[in-house]
Design a protein around this ligand. Structure first.
Ligand SMILES: [Cu+2]
Length: 322
């Protein structure tokens, strides 16, 4: 091989390593939530608990790296410096050292105690659902999710987007050009406000599912007859995708999750619009109108859409309170 050819190959090799690393650093800086090609590390996520998990993971990683360097370094020195061809003679008298044994017991114990602190404090924080500002009930079904904003009278189901479903049944090989988030799109996204402690209560209707959005930093089983809890406080607006993480039947791979984190003001606006959409007074159908107090119904029907929305909101709140 000529030297210029070798240089080219070396350069290509260096680029192959450096480019993904540079891309990763860029994505980490931009807070990118989606996994990407050549991603080498877990993502820090967008909640304080996911970042705590990431930090604990990085501490453990570096401790492992240091231990690896020390242990393999000592082995390398022992093998190359004290080898027979260099005239090394085994020390047959050295069979036991109480001091050494005490050291190699005590040091790992101390390391483990040191690692237990960030891990335990992170876990305790993760399980503390107190002082949450709102609660979302998540129910797993074969094969979709139902979201209920408790106390707000807003609920809907969320299933695989129709376009993805058609693509998957088309028999074609789906490429990124067809759909950059193939099988990770839903019809109705779960809208949540940022900088708000959102408590989740999770259950299932048929079999065990598991609600998992990696950017939030946890997954929680949704078990029929049992209510599990979790919480998230999303710090960055964005779209965060996840999937069911418990094998739940033939369409387990086709019940994705999409969380849309928006500003508090945007969320309040969205919630009000959802309430208006589902409020009994909004449609002009006679059946729901019968449930309304007699005096209010004709006014709401006659008024323009904006006025109907205003009427619907107190009605929805009253229903939620009752
Ligand atoms: Cu499932």
């Amino acid at each position: 091989m000529t030297s210029s050819r070798f240089k080219q190959l070396a350069l290509a090799g260096a680029m192959a390593v450096a480019l993904p690393l540079a891309a990763q650093a860029q994505d980490a800086a931009a807070g990118h939530a989606d996994p990407h090609r050549w991603q080498l590390n877990m993502a820090p996520g967008v909640t304080p608990t996911s970042q705590a998990a990431y930090d604990a993971h990085m501490v453990v990683l570096w401790v492992c790296v240091i231990i690896g360097v020390v242990v393999f370094g000592a082995m390398a020195v022992a093998m190359f410096k004290f080898r027979k061809s260099k005239g090394a003679v085994p020390d047959t008298g050295f069979v036991h050292s109480t001091k050494l044994e005490a050291m190699w017991t005590a040091i790992p114990v101390l390391i483990l105690i040191g690692l237990a602190f960030p891990a335990t404090s992170g876990l305790l924080r993760m399980y503390d659902v107190r002082d949450s500002a709102m609660t979302v009930k998540v129910t797993g079904y074969q094969w979709m999710w139902k979201y209920e904003y408790l106390g707000e009278d807003v609920s809907f189901t969320s299933r695989l987007a129709r376009k993805d479903d058609e693509l998957r049944q088309s028999g074609r090989v789906v490429t990124e050009a067809d759909d950059p988030h193939y099988l990770l799109n839903v019809d109705n996204v779960l809208v949540l406000p940022v900088d708000t402690k959102v408590r989740f209560v999770l259950t299932a209707d048929d079999v065990i599912h598991s609600w998992w959005v990696p950017a939030l930093g946890w997954k929680q089983d949704a078990v029929p007859g049992i209510v599990n809890e979790a919480w998230a406080q999303i710090e960055k607006p964005g779209l965060y995708r996840g999937q069911c993480a418990e094998l739940c039947g033939k369409d387990h791979g086709f019940m994705p999750i999409v969380v849309k984190a928006v500003s508090k003001a945007e969320f309040a606006e969205w919630l009000a619009a959802e309430k208006a959409k589902h409020a009994p007074a909004a449609p002009a159908a006679p059946a729901p109108a019968a449930e309304q107090p007699a005096a209010e119904t004709p006014a709401a029907e006659a008024a323009p859409a904006a006025a109907a929305t205003q009427t619907a909101q107190p009605a929805a709140t009253a229903a939620a309170a009752g």
